[in-house]
Write a protein that binds this ligand. Structure first.
Ligand SMILES: [Zn+2]
Length: 77
């Protein structure tokens, strides 16, 4: 299975692996990393940025929803 690095396009290699439980079965997860450790750092940074951004977005949505509910409660009273 081809799994190229999103940053440089090189074939990613197996990094650390760990076991996790899914119901009654144990699943082995393997994280793939770029063979170039400097490139992997960039990819890690991008992943962290993306995660932070989506968390921010999710939080913004919740806050907007709460603000709307508050507004409706005020309008309804
Ligand atoms: Zn790479």
């Amino acid at each position: 299975m081809s799994n190229p690095c999103i940053n440089c396009g090189r074939e990613r290699i197996d990094g650390k692996s760990w076991e996790g439980k899914s119901g009654i079965s144990t699943i082995t997860y393997t994280q793939t990393i770029c063979p170039d450790s400097e490139c992997q750092k960039i990819v890690d940074q991008q992943t962290a940025d993306r995660k932070a951004k989506s968390e921010l977005l999710a939080r913004g949505k919740i806050e907007a929803k709460l603000a709307r509910q508050k507004l409706m409660a005020t309008a309804g009273a």
